[in-house]
Design a protein around this ligand. Structure first.
Ligand SMILES: [Zn+2]
Length: 318
């Protein structure tokens, strides 16, 4: 492991931490495979920057990659009979990354230019991308279907400019939903990093927790998709807001959404929820710099991507 990276310093207990995080995410994946659950959550998982032999961006273990590889395979035989039907032998898995940052560790692990075999995994990351913004990866940019080298319709990105608000996210969801429709996954793995929300110290995007196009709205739509879902955590550096977010997303997964105006109950960390002391993570006053022409360019690229994705998906799975 590279211990020189400033964003991933060594710390006491690392050798215990790594198998605990990986084991938790893999256990969550196993509950879906065996039919124990239709939705599984591991908020400690979602370490999307970790590479096979390199920690990066506070990610010390590639738990998502391990979970995706595990979901490709049939479950370990268990004496207890599953309550849901077993998955088919070659299930398809869609990975959707909602973190502020590009999912380099996951997308690079499965990127395969000009694939010749049927990929079981499609990765799609919606994130901020600009020169010098972490992580540096050519895959973080808008995919170019006309590029001779490097284009893989199963490795997708939606790069957003500063200040993206619910309206921009809502528009981009149409592309995410269409991708899902074409690929028709048996499992959807969602990385729910909360650092794109307003109030995060990164202060790059202006997404909110509630309302049309919000993160809560995304999860509500995703939970309603066919197939089994694995919700994972990710980034997020305003701890009270991360707690609000993952509590709210859990309530959506349980189909019993909390009221965002509800008061935070009294507990030891209560003062940190000032000044609102409610569940909500509202948008701020940042300007959404995603111009009409930028969004149109993304939509036009995806129109071409969808044609290729449809052809490839049909060719591989006639
Ligand atoms: Zn992040």
């Amino acid at each position: 492991m590279d211990d020189g990276a400033q964003d991933s310093p060594l710390f006491p207990g690392l050798e215990d931490y790594v198998p605990l995080v990986a084991g938790a995410t893999l256990t969550a994946a196993e509950t879906l495979k065996t039919g124990f659950a239709e939705v599984a959550i591991c908020w400690d998982g979602g370490r999307h920057h970790a590479h096979k032999s390199k920690a990066s961006g506070f990610c010390y273990v590639a738990d998502i990659v391990l979970a995706l590889l595990s979901l490709k395979k049939l479950p370990t035989p268990s004496p207890s009979s599953p309550s849901l039907p077993l998955p088919k032998p070659k299930p398809r898995i869609m990975y959707l990354d909602l973190d502020l940052h590009f999912s380099d560790g996951v997308s690079e692990a499965f990127h395969q230019p000009n694939p010749t075999t049927a990929p079981q995994i499609l990765t799609l990351s919606i994130h901020h991308n600009s020169p010098g913004f972490f992580p540096a990866s050519p895959l973080a940019a808008l995919p170019d279907p006309s590029s001779d080298s490097g284009f893989d319709p199963f490795t997708l990105s939606i790069p957003l400019a500063q200040g993206a608000f619910n309206t921009t996210y809502k528009r981009m969801f149409t592309l995410i939903d269409r991708t899902r429709e074409i690929f028709n996954p048996d499992y959807v793995v969602v990385q729910c990093g909360a650092d794109g929300l307003a109030g995060d110290p990164y202060a790059v995007l202006n997404w909110s927790l509630g309302g049309e196009g919000s993160m809560g709205w995304y999860i509500e739509k995703i939970i309603a998709w066919p197939g089994r879902k694995l919700l994972l955590g990710g980034g997020g550096y305003n701890s009270p807001n991360v707690a609000r977010t993952w509590a709210y997303l859990t309530s959506i997964a349980l189909k019993a959404p909390l009221d965002l105006e509800a008061s935070i109950p009294d507990h030891s960390a209560f003062p940190q929820y000032a000044p609102s002391f409610t569940m909500d993570v509202p948008a701020g006053f940042m300007q959404d710099t995603n111009e009409e022409e930028d969004l149109k360019r993304i939509e036009e690229a995806y129109e071409r991507i969808f044609v290729i994705l449809e052809e490839r998906t049909r060719a591989f799975n006639p």
